[in-house]
Design a protein around this ligand. Structure first.
Ligand code: NAP
Length: 499
């Protein structure tokens, strides 16, 4: 086995005919295969109810690779490892056939009994599948067994606890890989490195030097075909409970004593434990929700959320959330972490802006305010870092001028940055769970979010829609930051190409 090569394994994909498998999993597996990162010996079983044959499955995998990557070099060799089993996840007989196919492939490819079960299916099936995998003998194997679970992991703490209790009957915590695909993104993984590998950031990374941190994850898209799911979820559960709070944890955690899964997770968990609970009347003070009305995106008129397909015309589901998150510990006391996420906003972008405190006195432009120093981490679609500084204006005077130092991660390694799913699949094959969420993180983040959704569920929301499609959300989101003396940095101004 080459040093980069992942463990030999049988990967079973539940939901193999679905959107996620097609758009993300097959192209990512193909990338790993082409880079020599999959073991020579591997096999993949796809399952779903559609009555496909192995051949039909392979043709579909070929199609999805070609559509997504535009090339299909060595594709026949790649797809020869794919097998299909028509399977209803609620039916015991299906699992027995699956067990037989797994045993056959295990011996054909010498897979040492290593198994990864990837649940790319609707969440209501997660528990049932885990139960069957154990009861019908699929987890009874000599090698490792790992369960990969897509989001959402529950829809509140109670449902997450019951799902967790159910899957823990079949898998130990260290065998469960809960996906938060933001943790697979190159620049999210870079947060730790920027902080802990640079002498000049870490000493300033605290409430003495940082005034506030802003995390924005905006989408231009509306709810698209996801209305049935989204109506029950909304932006708070869909984005804040997982991706946004995970970014907060990475920005706020203490340096781990070692870069091991346990040490990193334990530091993140401490951040979740230090989140100031926001409950009751405080919710309106700290959090703002919004729902898009009609508006203009890319010069096209788009309908309001309530007019989207499969959305209740009186829906109170939020498509936007802005919040002020406080971390009550020694390092962060008094520093607001502002988070903002929504659909149908001006631009598609995920960025983190770290705003440093003003210097005590401006020697240069006495009547003006100096621009604050900013560190901007561009997560997507651009990947990079920008540092905003003040330098001398050219000429005789001693006036200052804002300058920006840019690093763009796109293409710097000579290859496109691997997609999040490619990294996460590889990590799972290697048995590295660092970039997956531990149960404690999931539970604590639900505890935080539940207190907010409980209040919102009991309030009549008469203001919706309260922002037009194509804008950065309701005016209350601006006020949330302004009342602390700040403003949201304009995301498009901060783009790498505008720097
Ligand atoms: P999807 O397109 O609806 O696919 C669902 C899959 O489940 C299909 O392959 C379907 O195939 C299969 N299925 C449904 N009922 C079944 C049953 N009783 N027995 C066996 N198979 C059954 O869903 P998706 O978009 O791929 O999402 C899958 C999971 O990933 C969800 O948890 C979602 O929240 C999560 N996720 C998706 C995305 C994305 O970009 N799509 C992003 C993040 C997270 P048959 O109809 O052939 O049975």
């Amino acid at each position: 086995m080459s040093p980069n090569e992942a463990s030999t394994s049988l990967i079973m994909i539940f939901g193999a005919t679905g959107d996620l498998a097609k758009r993300k999993l097959y192209p990512s597996l193909y990338h790993l295969f082409r880079k020599g990162k999959l073991a020579k010996q591997f096999a993949i079983i796809g399952t779903a109810r559609s009555p496909w044959t192995h051949e039909q499955f392979r043709e579909n995998v070929k199609d999805s690779v070609l559509t997504s990557i535009g090339t299909n070099d060595q594709i026949d060799d790649f797809v020869s490892h794919f097998y299909y089993q028509p399977h209803d996840v609620t039916d015991t007989n299906s699992y027995i056939k699956l067990r037989e196919l797994a045993a056959e492939l295990d011996s054909k490819y010498s897979l040492n009994g290593n198994r990864i079960f990837y649940l790319a299916m609707a969440p209501e099936f997660f528990g049932t599948i885990a139960d069957h995998l154990k009861a019908d003998g699929l987890t009874d194997t000599l090698g490792f067994k790992r369960l990969v679970i897509e989001k959402p992991f529950g829809h509140d703490l109670e449902s997450a606890e019951s799902l967790n209790a159910q899957i823990r009957k079949s898998f130990a915590e260290e065998e469960i890989y809960r996906i938060d695909h933001y943790l697979g993104k190159a620049m999210v993984q870079n947060i730790e490195v920027i902080r802990f590998a640079n002498a000049f950031f870490e000493p300033l990374w605290n409430n003495r030097y940082i005034s506030n941190i802003q995390i924005t994850s905006s989408e231009k898209l509306g709810v698209e075909e996801r209305a049935r799911y989204y109506e029950k979820s909304g932006a708070l559960r869909d984005m804040v409970q997982n991706h946004m709070l995970q970014m907060v944890a990475l920005l706020a955690m203490e340096p781990p004593i070692r870069l091991t899964t346990d040490e990193i997770r334990s530091e993140k968990v401490k951040v979740f434990r230090a989140l100031r609970p926001i409950e009751g009347e405080e919710v309106d003070e700290y959090f703002v929700r919004g729902q898009y009305g009609q508006g203009t995106i890319n010069a096209d008129e788009v309908v309001s959320y309530r007019d989207e397909l499969n959305v209740n015309p009186q829906s109170n589901t939020e498509t936007f959330v802005a919040g002020k998150v406080m971390i009550d510990n020694f390092r962060w006391a008094g520093v607001p972490f502002y988070i903002r996420t929504g659909k149908r906003m001006t631009t598609k972008s995920t960025k983190i802006v770290i705003q440093f405190k003003d210097i005590p006195m401006n020697l240069y432009n006495r009547n003006e305010q100096l621009n604050p120093n900013l560190l901007v981490i561009h997560i997507q679609p651009e990947e990079g870092i920008t540092l905003h500084l003040n330098a001398k204006k050219s000429g005789q005077n001693m006036q200052t001028n804002p300058v920006k130092l840019n690093f763009s991660n796109d293409g710097t390694n000579g290859i496109n940055t691997p997609e999040a799913y490619e990294k996460l699949l590889y990590d799972c094959l290697q048995g590295d769970a660092t970039n997956f969420t531990h149960w404690d993180e999931v539970a604590l983040s639900w505890r935080f979010v539940d207190k907010i959704s409980e209040v919102w569920e009991h309030q009549t929301q008469s203001q919706f829609p309260n922002y037009s499609a194509g804008t950065m959300g309701p005016k209350e989101a601006e006020q949330l930051v302004q009342k602390d003396g700040y403003f949201w940095w304009n995301i498009t101004d901060l783009d790498v190409e505008n720097c």
